[in-house]
Design a protein around this ligand. Structure first.
Ligand SMILES: *[C@@H]1O[C@H](CO)[C@@H](O)[C@H](O)[C@H]1NC(C)=O
Ligand SMILES: *[C@@H]1O[C@H](CO)[C@@H](O)[C@H](O)[C@H]1NC(C)=O
Ligand SMILES: *[C@@H]1O[C@H](CO)[C@@H](O)[C@H](O)[C@H]1NC(C)=O
Length: 601
């Protein structure tokens, strides 16, 4: 029963289809159902047919007008070759129909997005048609995000606040806007009863392109204070691979107002404050914007008002008396007060006090001692220094038996190690008095007798010693560190060459004298110096070469021996023979050496 019914249905369907074909002619027309093209490009709408062998065929392309839904001819072509495009059609000038009946549309614009019909008429064989949709694409401009013109957004408002507007212009077809908060997409919500929703709008421009807007509304919380918002526009272009392209706007931060919960009051930069510093105390809250601040200093149970500005309290060149308890009071819009305090400690170090304070004059060999101390707000060090040398760490500087080298300036440095830069220093001068001492003098040198020679005599001693040259000469006095130097010029007479010159020094504590000799510097001596060096270098090099060759010879001998041992199983080879000969010789030598050793024993 069921089989028969199915058979009947199939037969009916076949009859119907056959009937349809007859009714519409036997011509089959084939077109692409859809042709995608970007604005400005050229679209090709192919049209093929089958089912006739007649020569006289007309292929006509139509469009349907958007409003009237009526067909309008665009162009036609006969197989004879005659073709024309309709001057009244909105596509006139843009279209042409080629020999294979393809309709070409140049410089495509959004208004060309239409349904095109290709109709084939073949006389007695009837006619056929098919439709193709031309889809036009235009990339929109980069989306722009704008803050609302009204002032900042407040946390805790009763209704959602406008966060921003995202606009993208001149796209086709109308693209889509997606909002993001911190790079997370926000679901598209249009219900204004929700906390977060978007109000979209679309404008069709005269050009046929679409400008899309989306206004985002939210009830932000304090957590959103640093949130970054952006929007993307999602659009498509011609071609399967060019779908759902996303283009990002610049990010936007919102100006969010929220009340403060805590007040912070602290030093802006420094951690350790010392006398003379400029100190800035900064008061801030965790709210936005910052409220008004008042500053006070606690002075003997009384709050003394201080002048601050925009949360900063600046104290110029602070003194130890500026130490104390400072308070900052923040007052919010509801006149609620909250405060914070900061104990300011101004570190200090007093001047170094040195006893005895006067410059000291000590006799050569006597003892000298100084004490140095100070007071500071924190533990501190005291060092005695001469130049860069540290002599003592405990404030006492004592020298058991002074020498002339001990004379000079001593500096006592106090420092609070916890506070960089908090130092003080004082200096004392030590003068060592005593009989003069002449430093061992250098020889004077002349190239020949009778020439002039300049001699130097340098001596320690305080008070500054007087110099006496024998034979007498005109001297020039200069100072070098603790020494006094007398420089005099003589004619190198035979007498001076033989006996030298005497330099005598004296002050109230005694005298000293030394003889300065004058020598003739020999010309060959000057050459002899360097030539001797050359000879020495040559000898050294030769010895080294000898040593190297010896080591080389010995090492070769040992490697040959080991090589022979290793290579014994290998087959004969010219190199092997040479090696064996050599090693035999080496063995002989070794034997000889052994013999020698044994005879010696
Ligand atoms: C704090 O220190 C920074 C550099 O560390 C400096 O640029 C700034 O000027 C300082 N501020 C004050 C108020 O001293
Ligand atoms: C500093 O003063 C404030 C009041 O101005 C007070 O509450 C606080 O206890 C004081 N701090 C100290 C350590 O004395
Ligand atoms: C110590 O002597 C130097 C010069 O040698 C001088 O500049 C300095 O002022 C003196 N110091 C004292 C404390 O007298």
């Amino acid at each position: 029963m069921a089989g028969i019914t199915l058979g009947r249905t199939l037969l009916l369907c076949t009859l119907l289809l056959w009937g349809f074909q007859v009714c519409c002619g036997a011509i089959t027309v084939k077109v692409s159902p859809k042709v995608e093209v970007n604005r400005g490009d050229t679209a090709k709408l192919p049209c093929e047919y089958s089912g006739t062998s007649l020569d006289d065929i007309v292929v006509t392309w139509y469009i349907t007008e958007e409003e009237s839904d009526q067909r309008k001819r665009v162009a036609y072509r006969k197989t004879s070759g005659h073709h024309e495009s309709d001057p009244e059609s909105p596509l006139f000038g843009q279209v042409s129909i080629s020999e294979d009946f393809t309709l070409t549309v140049t410089s495509v614009k959004p208004s060309n997005q239409l349904t095109f019909y290709c109709e084939v008429t073949a006389g007695k064989d009837g006619s056929g048609e098919a439709s193709t949709k031309l889809e036009v694409f235009v990339a929109p401009q980069k989306p722009e995000i704008k803050k609302p013109s009204s002032q900042a957004i407040s946390v805790g408002a009763s209704s959602s606040s406008e966060i921003g507007t995202c606009t993208t212009m001149n796209g086709f077809p109308a693209p889509r806007i997606i909002w993001f908060k911190d790079n997370m997409p926000l679901p598209e919500v249009k219900d204004k009863k929700e906390n977060t929703y978007m109000v979209p709008s679309t404008v069709k421009e005269a050009s046929g392109l679409f400008t899309i807007k989306s206004v985002l509304y939210m009830k932000p919380t304090k957590a959103d204070k640093d949130s970054l918002f952006h929007c993307t526009v999602e659009y498509s272009l011609a071609g399967e691979q060019n779908k759902n392209i996303q283009m990002k706007s610049e990010p936007m931060k919102i100006e969010l107002h929220y009340p403060f919960e805590h007040v912070m009051f602290d030093l802006l930069n420094a951690t350790d404050v010392k006398e003379g510093d400029d100190v800035t105390l900064k008061c801030a809250t965790d709210g936005n914007p910052q409220p008004f601040f008042d500053f006070y200093k606690q002075v003997q149970n009384e709050a003394k008002k201080m002048e601050g500005a925009e949360g900063l309290l600046t104290l110029k060149s602070v003194k130890r008396t500026d130490s104390g308890n400072y308070t900052c009071i923040a007052t919010d819009f509801e006149l609620d007060e909250k405060s914070a305090y900061k104990i300011l400690v101004v570190n200090y170090i007093d001047q170094m006090s040195v006893t005895p304070a006067d410059p000291k004059s000590v006799k050569l060999g006597d003892k000298v001692e100084w004490q140095c101390k100070t007071k500071a707000s924190k533990p501190h060090t005291v060092q005695w220094k001469k130049g860069s040398t540290v002599l003592s760490q405990d404030g006492t500087l004592s020298i058991e038996s002074v020498t002339y080298e001990n004379a000079g300036e001593y500096v006592c440095v106090g420092a609070v190690s916890d506070v960089p830069g908090l130092t003080a220093q004082a200096s004392v001068n030590l003068t060592v008095t005593g009989q003069p001492q002449i430093e061992n003098p250098a020889f004077g040198e002349v190239t020949k007798e009778g020439e002039e020679v300049t001699l130097k005599c340098s001596a320690y001693g305080y008070p500054s010693p007087k110099f006496t040259w024998k034979p007498s000469a005109k001297e020039t006095i200069s100072r070098e560190d603790n020494k006094i130097v007398s420089t005099a010029t003589f004619e190198a007479t035979a007498d001076i060459m033989a006996k030298g010159v005497t330099c005598e020094v004296s002050n109230e504590y005694g005298t000293d004298s030394k003889t300065l000799f004058v020598k003739v510097k020999r010309a060959d001596k000057q050459q002899g110096g360097p030539s001797a060096v050359v000879v020495a270098v040559v000898v050294c090099v030769l010895l080294l070469l000898l040593l190297v060759s010896l080591i080389y010879f010995l090492s070769k001998k040992t490697t040959m021996c080991s090589k022979k041992d290793k290579q014994e199983p290998a087959s004969s080879n010219v190199n092997d023979i040479v090696v064996e000969m050599k090693s035999d010789k080496a063995n002989e030598e070794a034997g000889l050496l052994n013999k020698k050793v044994s005879t010696e024993q």
